[in-house]
Write a protein that binds this ligand. Structure first.
Ligand code: ATP
Length: 314
């Protein structure tokens, strides 16, 4: 039976700016997204029935049709019913290494891997842009998870512009197991508090989007200047999440006190990351912060920027 193993990297935001409301109810965003080597592994095989099955031993990951990986497989079955009838359904096994509900796009990466895997199993021959068009129907972060690396994302986050990929930066991630931030809550709260900054006309959106293209962060990325990158990272959602979750704010302050290149919350949180020059520095920073905040609920990961999206292995 045909099967594939795929690596689905997590992402962090190096930049997240909320520009305004969209007619479809989502927010208009400008983000700079970065893949990291912390990744889930997805094994996918053709089933001898027409069904889609999910296996995962992480207690927070649903195994039913609400799983994003399931929804990706269902989308492929709906869009390619003849292939579904010919090849049958799929069995999907998720090895979860990316923390769940962490602002690291773990579920989105799993869905991206399933789209890539079914494209291979059913020999559809879809190109990356064609897969990304399908991915955008499932979720805003999923097109990026397919191609990975470093990219500017606009619209809901699904429109991508590739930029020079960053590779040689190390990251320490930290997340409290017992803190979860609802992404819809974060965006709604932002709307309540900051809607006076919103623009909604096409010219205004274009202007704000263009500004990012000529920002110090993009210049620093183009020249691979890690010090400048660290100084220029930005996330609008910190303005609502950090005041509501003082432990997350303290965690960020603890990283900032370590002379790291930069520290920020990823997406809607609650994961906080710190950018470091080397693996050695990242390990030392993790040790310092772990000693300073001795809470057993606080988990750490040391990883590196990645230039890859979904990769097949084995
Ligand atoms: P994003 O950064 O895209 O907002 P996230 O990293 O914050 O995502 P996920 O790890 O994708 O969050 O999980 C969000 C919720 O989605 C979880 O509470 C979980 O119940 C559900 N979920 C559905 N499918 C998956 C999956 N394959 N992996 C993890 N969580 C999933």
């Amino acid at each position: 039976m045909q099967s594939y193993s795929l690596i689905a990297p997590a992402k962090i935001n190096l930049y997240l700016e909320i520009i305004g409301d969209r007619p479809d109810g989502f927010h208009e965003l400008v983000m700079i997204l970065q893949s990291i080597e912390l990744a889930d592994r997805i094994d996918i095989e053709a089933s001898d029935t027409q069904d889609i099955s999910i296996r995962c031993d992480h207690p927070q990951v649903p195994l039913d049709e609400t799983n994003l990986a399931y929804r990706a497989a269902k989308l492929m079955c709906d869009v390619f019913p003849k292939m579904h009838a010919n090849y049958g359904g799929v069995n999907i096994r998720i090895e979860k290494n990316i923390p769940v509900a962490a602002g690291l796009a773990g579920g989105s990466g799993n869905a991206a891997a399933v789209l890539v895997g079914i494209n291979l199993i059913w020999k559809l021959g879809l190109t990356q842009p064609e897969l990304q068009d399908l991915a955008a129907k499932l979720g805003s972060d999923i097109p990026f998870c397919i191609s990975g690396g470093t990219a500017i994302a606009t619209g809901r986050g699904e429109k991508l512009d590739e930029i020079k990929h960053l590779a040689d930066m190390w990251v320490v991630l930290a997340k409290y197991n017992n803190i979860g931030v609802s992404t819809p809550w974060a965006y709604q709260t932002y709307r309540q508090q900051y809607s006076d900054t919103y623009v909604s006309d096409t010219a205004g959106i274009k202007f704000r989007t263009k500004k990012v293209h000529s920002s110090p962060l993009l210049t620093a990325i183009a020249h691979q200047e890690s010090q400048e990158i660290g100084k220029s990272i930005h996330n609008d959602l910190e303005k609502v999440v950090l005041p509501e979750y003082p432990q997350v704010a303290e965690l960020k302050a603890a990283f900032a006190a370590q002379n790291v290149l930069g520290t920020m919350m990823s997406g809607s949180g609650p994961t906080v990351f710190a950018l470091c020059e080397s693996e050695q520095q990242a390990i030392a920073v993790r040790q310092q912060v772990r000693t300073q905040i001795s809470d057993p609920q606080l988990k750490f990961w040391v990883t590196k920027f990645s230039t890859s999206g979904i990769q097949t292995v084995g």
